[in-house]
Structure formats: structure tokens, C-alpha cells
Design a protein around this ligand. Structure first.
Ligand code: FEO
Ligand code: CA
Ligand code: CA
Ligand code: CA
Length: 664
């Protein structure tokens, strides 16, 4: 095998590498006819006012002090930021980089053995049998559960990691480049892809400042697309969830396109099924469910995986109900490798990006989730009962009973949470909803009917425990036209995305009312390159390296500072995806600073700052995913940089070399 490592970047031509291609996540658009708020208020809100993107009267005073017209942003030292690391410079590279004084530690890579009998990674032999015992592909959400259960340490625990999808072109030789490779797989390759999806639970430990995983831990587990799981909640057993393999509608094999996630106060993982639609093949018109499949773009897309060709359950003409068994939030217990994961249907069915929780002042658990599609919605689920901190088992089925709400953002800076409850408003038999199961199975159509606000692709929605605000990463929406802008999505052709804050009553106090039916919102930042992307807006001291594109996931440290991971940097402009830190309050609010730069082609997922603020875990997903990149000649061979070895999605730890607190 020739040394393609150094030649590949030139061969692929960095100038030809474009923004993240849409085919990867198979992002469609909500074309339902309920109007955007922008269409409704068009007559009374000038476009210029909308483009200012400033929230209601109360918000304007604080934001106006901090946000400056983009053209004025210039490179400066940290200034008022509490984050004092030396900022990286924007660059594209086959390798990654972190701020001076920090180091990257590769913790676990795609293909690393983690179960008894697992073979060592062999890039020329990626099989279902091997993948079932190795770390999966395209790591996304990361969570950390201290060991032993009930402790609160930051040096030893279980890492729970999602594996979202497969870059088929970078796994096997001879399939060509891009998404077309997905359509050329053999039965054996499809079987391996099923095992490369799902989750990994792996014991990890920091010893003498260095993170490593425990290969023979009794906790280690792979959950894949063939792992038996249960379906619970109001939609369990519904006719549309029944298949020939499961006439009860309560059992399913596997979980799919697990993107981001969350956890519960009782120490279980929530994993979000996102773009499940792209794994199914067949003709929607030859099923009883064409309209529903249209709304979720199930099957029929150009770059669908080849799974239906080899396994009947992915062929919607043969198993028309199988897609209804995906698109849910799945709960599992990382401390019990024998536990059966459960799909919690009460939380709704859509392309869940993630599912982070907050605890309401009443003790009820509130789970926030975005539906990552152009013009789709932000949701929250509120449990019917308070959780029980003294009896873990008592919370086992807490997520089966509660109320799902969808967000409506008002032009005046307020917001309402609209309940998706059968029998209320338009959610009746007259509109095709016979019961709550129907509302949940077709969550998107229910949300369309109640008049939710169409958003610019909601990715991570995550509460900040320090200030009680909930941050929404709106990654981009190039389809929004000028007449569709509103104050919460204030930019037409929003290719850069933005970040908003939802502010529940009581935010900033000890009594945050996350369950409340109303709240306020503000815009935190408008992404993009100042002076180039219209409407880009940050703190006035944000430097020439501190701007970002396409916010995707975020994390908060114990001081309440936000760490934003991006997916969609403008590589044509020489910018890689990365991690940016910023204060969320005080004089450095929204002053974003570049902390970590990903290898070429990769997005950064799952940022997680451990309780002691001394470790940040991140997932490097799809390194080498660039135009023309192949197994034979990838645009990077990160992190191994060995001839013949393709890039390997990996979880890495970022630590300060002196062991100190991240960011300061
Ligand atoms: Fe899987 Fe919306 O990112
Ligand atoms: Ca992703
Ligand atoms: Ca994402
Ligand atoms: Ca994304």
C-alpha cells in the first residue's frame, strides 16, 4: 500500500472540500403548511427589525451591550473572558490541535477490542463478529458514570458512547467515495454495519494523569442494531408497532442512528434515535403509511443505506411497520450489562438529536429534545411524578408517564409550551389521532397542527445548571427564505446557525420551574464569520479565531461556562470544526474562544466536562469525511497515521498538562 498519508490532502484538494454535505445526515425539511411565525408577523415586523435578532424588550438591554455589528469584531486577547487559555488559530489539518498547555489523549478508537474474545482491530477484516466485540463507529454522545454507583468521582467510571452511523466508504476498500458507497455494500458488510451502530459502555480510569480503558471490565458492553430491547409507554403494543417478527409491538431488535443523548438523575443513559429514516428502502406508495413516511422522509432518498437489499425488515414494502419502531428515546442502565434497553415512547417519535434533563422545582424530571430537521421543533417531556432520590428502582418506569410539549417562540421574547395530548385542541379522531399512541407515533404532525415554531434545525438542547437557562444549538437552515424569518430564527439562508437560550421561570434561582407552560427566550449568539456572513454576532471582543459555524452539541462546566462543538465549519475557507468556550454571564458573555480543532473532515460530538473540571471528553466523528475520500486514499489517517489504516472515529480526553482546571 503506497504512503497516501501525506499526499492525500493535496490530492483531495482542500479548496474542493465543501461544507458538510447534506447526504450525511439525510436532512430533509418540514414542508407542512402551518405558517412560520415570520409569515404570520410579516406585516407588522420589518425585515430589518427581524434581522437584528434581538429578543424582547427586557433582553434587548443586556444583549445590546454585548453584541456588536459583526464588522467590528477584531482579534483581541481574552479580554473580559474568564477563559484564559491561549486561543488556537483557525486552520485545516490532517491532525487535530488543542490550546497550548493542554494535551489530547486518544482514549478509545473504532475497532478497539472491548469484550472477551474480541480480535485486535484489522482494517482489512471488518466483520460483524469482530464489530460486535469492538468499539463501534462514529462516536457521538458521551456520558460518564462514576464507579462505584453512587460515588461522584472524576477519575474512574463508565463511559457510555453512542455510535451514530457508518462512513461505508472509509471502512471498506473498493466501494468508492461519499454516500454512494452505502448503496454498494454486500450482505456481510451490512451485517457488520449493524454491529458498528448502537452504543458502547466501557470502564475507563485516569492513572497518573492519563486516561485509559479497561479492556476486560465486567461492565463493558456493546449494544447494537441486533440487541433485543423493549418498547414501553403509551405507544407500546399499538398496531403500527407490530411486525412479523414481533406481533406484540413491544419488542424490537436494536437502536439506530444514536446521535446525542442525556441521562437521568437515577443514573441511566438516554440515547436518541435520530436519522433512522435513511436505513429503510422500498417505495412509500406501496405501503399503508405513505403520508407519515413522507413527513419523516422514510426510504426513497437517493443515498439510502443498502440494508433493505439484504435484510427484509428494512424493506418497507415487506415490513411497513418496522420504521415506527425507531425514532424514539431509549433508556438503559450502564451499570448492568445484562439490562434490557427500553424505548420510551412517551417522549415522542421524531429525529431526536439528544435528550438532556433538568429537575423541576417540584422534583419532576424534564427532558428537553430537538428534532434535527429544517423547520422542525423543540420539545420537552415532563414526568407525571417526582423522581425518588432514595430508591433507584422506584424510578424505573418514570419516563412512561408524563406530558410531551412542543415549543412556540413568540416575537415578544416569551414562549409557550404546547401540550401534545390526545383529545386536546386539534389532536382528535377528526384529525386521525385515535389515542395518545397515535399522537406519539406521529409527533411531528401533531406538532404541526398545534402551531409550533419552525426552527433552524434544533440539535443539542441542554440545561445549564448554574444559571437555569436551557441552550438550543440551531445548527443551520439554508432553506429559510426572507419572508420566513422570525425573531427567534432571524436570518434568511441561515447557513451558519445560532444559539438561543430558553429561560424558564425562576432561572437563576434555586427554584427553576422547568415544568412551566411558559418562559422567555434570548439569542446567545449568531454564528458565522463576522464581516462575511450577514448577521454574525458575538461579544465585541471575540477574535478572528473565536467565531464558529454550525453549533451542534454543547457542554457546561461547573462554573456554567458553555463549550460548543461544531459540525459544518467552512472548510473552503480553511476552517475546521472544533470546540469553543465562552462565559454565559458576566462581562465575557458570548465571547467564544477556539479551544480545540478537529482533524479534517471530522465534526466534534459529545463534549463532556467532568465534575472536577479537569477532563473534557470529546468524540471525533467521521474524520476524513471529505469529498472524494476513500478507504484507499482517505483525506486523513487520524489518529493512527499508519499506511493502510483508514481514519478511526475516536473518543479523546483533553486535559491540562499540569492537571489543572480546563479553561483557566
Ligand atoms: Fe446527528 Fe443532528 O446530528
Ligand atoms: Ca453527527
Ligand atoms: Ca449532532
Ligand atoms: Ca450536525
Amino acid at each position: 500500500m503506497p504512503d497516501t498519508n501525506l499526499s492525500s490532502a493535496a490530492e483531495h484538494g482542500l479548496e474542493h472540500i465543501e461544507h458538510k454535505p447534506d447526504w450525511r445526515e439525510n436532512i430533509g425539511a418540514n414542508d407542512s403548511t402551518n405558517p412560520t411565525i415570520g409569515e404570520m408577523i410579516e406585516t407588522r415586523l420589518s425585515r430589518r427589525a427581524a434581522l437584528l435578532g434581538i429578543a424582547g424588550a427586557g433582553a434587548a438591554a443586556t444583549l445590546a451591550d454585548q453584541l456588536l455589528n459583526s464588522a467590528a469584531a477584531v482579534a483581541q486577547p481574552a479580554g473580559p473572558s474568564s477563559l484564559t487559555f491561549t486561543e488556537l488559530a483557525h486552520q485545516l489539518s490532517q491532525n487535530d490541535a488543542v490550546a497550548e498547555g493542554y494535551e489530547t489523549q486518544v482514549l478509545i478508537r473504532w475497532g478497539d477490542p472491548m469484550l472477551p474474545g474480541a480480535p485486535a482491530f484489522n482494517p482489512n477484516s471488518v466483520t460483524a463478529e469482530a464489530q460486535a466485540k469492538q468499539f463501534g463507529y462514529n462516536c457521538d454522545y458521551i456520558d460518564f458514570f462514576p464507579l462505584p454507583l453512587g460515588s461522584n468521582g472524576s477519575d474512574h467510571g463508565l463511559l457510555a458512547v453512542n455510535h451514530e452511523y457508518t462512513n461505508t466508504n472509509l471502512i471498506w476498500a473498493g466501494l468508492g467515495s461519499g454516500s454512494q458507497a452505502r448503496t454498494r455494500t454486500s450482505a456481510a458488510q451490512v451485517a457488520a454495519e449493524l454491529e458498528a451502530h448502537g452504543m458502547s459502555i466501557v470502564e475507563v480510569r485516569k492513572t497518573n494523569g492519563r486516561w485509559g480503558y479497561v479492556a476486560d471490565s465486567r461492565y463493558n458492553r456493546r449494544v447494537t442494531m441486533t440487541t433485543p430491547m423493549a418498547i414501553s409507554g403509551p405507544a407500546a403494543g399499538n398496531d403500527r408497532l407490530k411486525t412479523s417478527a414481533d406481533p406484540t409491538g413491544t419488542r424490537v431488535l436494536g437502536t439506530l442512528n444514536n446521535c446525542a443523548g442525556g441521562n437521568t438523575p437515577w443514573g441511566t443513559v438516554l440515547t436518541a434515535e435520530e436519522n433512522f429514516n435513511q436505513y429503510f428502502g422500498g417505495d412509500r406508495a406501496k405501503t399503508p403509511h405513505k403520508a407519515t413516511f413522507d413527513r419523516y422522509t422514510v426510504a426513497g432518498s437517493a443515498n439510502t443505506y443498502n440494508w433493505a437489499a439484504h435484510q427484509d425488515r428494512f424493506n418497507i414494502e415487506k415490513e411497513p411497520n418496522e420504521p415506527f419502531r425507531f425514532g424514539w428515546v431509549v433508556e438503559y442502565d450502564p451499570y448492568d450489562p445484562a439490562s434490557v434497553p427500553v424505548k420510551r415512547t412517551a417522549l415522542g417519535r421524531f429525529k431526536h438529536e439528544g435528550c438532556h434533563h433538568a429537575i423541576d422545582r417540584s422534583g419532576r424530571v424534564v427532558i428537553y429534545s430537538g428534532d434535527d430537521e429544517r423547520f422542525d421543533y423543540v420539545y420537552k417531556f415532563v414526568t407525571a411524578r417526582a423522581w425518588n432520590p432514595n430508591d433507584r428502582a422506584a424510578n424505573r418506569d418514570l419516563l412512561d408517564d408524563g406530558t410531551l410539549y412542543v415549543a412556540k417562540f413568540n416575537d415578544n421574547g416569551t414562549m409557550n409550551w404546547l401540550p401534545l395530548v390526545h383529545g386536546e385542541g386539534p389532536l382528535t379522531a377528526a384529525n386521525g389521532f385515535a389515542n395518545q399512541a397515535d399522537v406519539l407515533i406521529e409527533t411531528r404532525r401533531a406538532a404541526d397542527l398545534v402551531g409550533a415554531t419552525k426552527m433552524d434545525r434544533p440539535e443539542d438542547v441542554e440545561p445549564n445548571k448554574v444559571n437555569g437557562r436551557v441552550y438550543v444549538m440551531l445548527t443551520n437552515n439554508g432553506n429559510r427564505r426572507a419572508e420566513q424569518v422570525d425573531r427567534v430564527n432571524p436570518r434568511a439562508n441561515n447557513t451558519q446557525g445560532h444559539v438561543i437560550e430558553m429561560i424558564p421561570p425562576g432561572a437563576g434561582t434555586r427554584e427553576v420551574d422547568h415544568a412551566a407552560p411558559e418562559g422567555r427566550w434570548e439569542i446567545f449568539l449568531m454564528a458565522g464569520k463576522p464581516g462575511i456572513d450577514p448577521g454574525a454576532r458575538y461579544h465585541r471582543a471575540t477574535s478572528a479565531n473565536g467565531w464558529l459555524s454550525c453549533p451542534d452539541n454543547c457542554a457546561f462546566d461547573s462554573k456554567g461556562r458553555i463549550w460548543i462543538a461544531t459540525d459544518g465549519a467552512p472548510t473552503a475557507a480553511g476552517v475546521a470544526d472544533g470546540v469553543y468556550g465562552a462565559d454565559t454571564s458576566g462581562p465575557g458573555r458570548a465571547l467564544t474562544r477556539l479551544f480545540y480543532q478537529a482533524p479534517i473532515g471530522a465534526e466534534v460530538c459529545g463534549p463532556l466536562v467532568l465534575n472536577d473540571d479537569r477532563t473534557m471528553f470529546i468524540a471525533i466523528q467521521h474524520p476524513g469525511e471529505t469529498s472524494g475520500s476513500t478507504f484507499e486514499n482517505p483525506s486523513t489517517r487520524w489518529p493512527d497515521f499508519e499506511n493502510g489504516t483508514p481514519p478511526r472515529p475516536s473518543v479523546i480526553a483533553l486535559v491540562k498538562k499540569d492537571g489543572g482546571v480546563i479553561g483557566s
